[in-house]
Design a protein around this ligand. Structure first.
Ligand SMILES: Nc1ncnc2c1ncn2[C@@H]1O[C@H](COP(=O)(O)OP(=O)(O)OP(=O)(O)O)[C@@H](O)[C@H]1O
Length: 575
């Protein structure tokens, strides 16, 4: 048993003794380990005589052994839970409270619960708190995997993928020399005539991974006069969810097709039927890039014939298989003839190869695919970083009041200018009205900006993204229509002015920085305001600390179900 002097406590007890509430003339001493023991009279049953006179200022409380043991156990358990996650070296998680930092070299154990910086963020007192997920790599993994070999002269070039020399030269002229990991895996499969489902992280070069083999094959067919008799028909169709993306893919495609004199056309929504009819009046292009709404209109009016199609690409597939588009997609698919195996993709009466591409995948992909082709005919190419937070992009989360967001945004832009010498900024809002409001707010602060949202009339909307890409304006405020597929290589800072509604949206928005061949040191800044935002942030923080796939996205790619386990290269064969 332990004992310690406590003057004030003993004074109270002495008074109680004098007043006759405690009948034993004893003074009290209490255990050091039980300072929090309530000072009730019942404690006196552990009292033991230590002083003989009532004037003495000390008293004793004897603490039973079982209580002392319990306190010791509690102390030990508390110590155990305070896991030291900070080691020497670089930090992965950097918080305002240094106790919650986590080293880049530390990964919590399977059953260990990470201590989150955002744990108390639902409380109003947490406004002003922040934490950062630091980048642990300087370049995108999809680039380094092949480029690391560069020093040893082992890096694969596009020549080795049997791409024709005109295309290799065209890539060389824009300083693209080595394929990214997804291109390395996808191009040979498409060349062999497989239907593919390509799932790879944002900015990994998926557009070239399907356009290169398509253009290569079509120019080969053209040279061998395979389709001279049917020159009025479309040979490749690329379906994308937005007009801006259609314009972007068309532009890349035109650059690749230029040496072969192949024609590329683009049909996007927002224009009348007259425009669509005019577009296809004279002749049909070799490659058509379209949005679903416009294409359905064209098909209903019999402006197009897809019977000679060699390739059917569905880009940003998760959006296209979304209920808002899936009806149109099914209607388009019904006009095509999809191959069931590579042998059907060649010769007279050939069928189209189906190429499904995306950076995030919904659960329903398999269901729609099964209506047009046999699951067993699809080769799934899945990158290792799919559905992970990007390790080469710094991501900061700031708990901030709604009213202060515009000031924080202004401050972030100023810091970008001062610390990094500027760069383009992409600001995401959840609603069109917020885009407009914020645009006016920044105008008043003297920040030049452009706005892009879905409720704009088509003529106003046209060209806005292009002028941002060209660097005419440095700040673009937009809704999620700019988060899918658009190439923003000049962007240095992405700001989630409104926190995205899903992890999928977060991945796509954040994916506008850190792209292959784009600016290094890209950053994402997210404003966290509402309790439901906090829940999302806590899941993101947990995934970052554990280096795990974002929750809820683990099983998405498992449809259609693979029949053969994943190989070392990350390629799954389904038959
Ligand atoms: N092999 C390569 N080496 C360097 N840069 C490349 C390479 N392939 C493509 N790029 C560049 O990478 C950028 C991103 O490419 P792309 O838009 O195709 O990515 P993505 O995977 O389709 O992204 P998202 O999922 O956002 O649509 C483009 O600027 C492109 O020019």
């Amino acid at each position: 048993m332990q004992a310690v002097k406590v003057g004030y406590f003993s004074w109270i007890v002495a008074r109680a003794l004098c007043s006759g509430r405690i009948h034993r003339p004893q003074l009290v001493q209490i255990s050091s380990s039980l300072c929090a023991v309530p000072t009730s009279v019942t404690q006196t049953r552990f009292c033991h005589k230590t002083a003989s006179t009532p004037d003495d200022s000390t008293a004793v409380i004897r603490v039973p052994l079982h209580m002392q043991k319990r306190v010791e156990t509690l102390k030990q358990t508390r110590g155990k839970n305070q896991i030291n996650t900070i080691r020497a070296g670089k930090l992965l998680i950097q918080s305002r409270n240094p106790d919650l930092n986590q080293s880049a070299g530390y990964i919590p154990g399977k059953f260990e619960q990470p201590r989150l910086c955002s744990k108390g963020w639902k409380h109003h007192k947490s406004f002003g708190d922040y934490f950062t997920i630091n980048n642990t790599k300087s370049v995108a993994p999809c680039v380094t995997a092949n480029h690391e070999e560069e020093a040893e002269q082992k890096a694969v070039t596009f020549n080795k993928l049997h791409i024709c020399k005109e295309l290799v030269q065209a890539l060389d002229s824009v300083d693209i020399k080595h394929p990214t990991t997804v291109q390395l895996q996808t191009i040979p499969k498409i060349m062999k005539g497989h239907n593919i489902l390509c799932a790879a992280e944002t900015g990994s070069g998926k557009t070239l991974s399907y356009l290169l083999p398509i253009v290569h094959r079509l120019q080969g067919d053209k040279e061998s006069q395979m389709y001279s008799s049917s020159s009025h028909k479309i040979h490749a169709l690329v379906l994308v969810p937005s007009r801006e993306l259609a314009e972007q893919v068309t532009s890349v495609c035109r650059t690749l097709c230029a040496p072969f004199g192949m024609q590329v056309k683009n049909v996007g929504g927002g224009r009348g039927v007259g425009h669509i009819k005019m577009l296809f009046k004279r002749n049909n292009p070799d490659i058509l890039v379209a949005t679903p709404g416009a294409l359905v209109k064209a098909l209903h009016r019999r402006c197009l014939d897809l019977s000679e199609l060699s390739f059917f690409v569905v880009d940003e597939a998760d959006t296209m298989f979304d209920p808002s588009f899936s009806g149109m997609l099914e209607s388009i698919l019904s006009h095509t003839n999809i191959a069931h195996n590579p042998s059907q993709t060649r010769g007279p009466g050939h069928r189209a190869q189906l190429l499904v591409v995306g950076a995030t995948f919904p659960g329903g992909v398999g269901e729609v695919l099964s209506k047009v082709t046999d699951h067993s005919s699809i080769v799934v190419i899945k990158s290792k970083m799919l559905h992970f937070l990007m390790p080469h992009v710094k991501q900061t989360f700031l708990k901030v009041k709604g009213a202060d967001k515009i000031l924080e945004l202004h401050q972030a832009m100023k810091m970008l200018q001062q610390e990094k010498g500027g760069g383009a900024v992409l600001v995401f809002c959840n609603k069109s009205a917020t885009v407009n409001w914020l645009g006016y707010g920044l105008d008043e602060m003297g920040v030049r900006n452009a706005r892009l949202q879905g409720e704009m009339p088509a003529p106003v909307r046209a060209g806005i993204f292009h002028s941002f890409q060209k660097g005419v304006v440095d700040v673009l405020i937009c809704t999620d229509i700019a988060s899918r597929g658009l190439d923003t290589s000049g962007v240095r800072l992405v700001v989630n002015y409104d926190f995205p509604e899903s992890h999928t949206d977060y991945i796509h928005r954040a994916g506008r920085v850190g792209r292959a061949g784009g600016m290094e040191n890209g950053e994402v800044l997210s404003f966290v305001t509402h309790p439901w935002d906090v829940e999302q942030v806590q899941k993101l923080e947990t995934a970052a600390r554990r280096r795990a796939i974002l929750p809820g996205m683990e099983s998405n790619i498992r449809e259609p179900k693979p029949k053969v386990a994943e190989t070392d290269t990350g390629v799954e064969r389904l038959n």
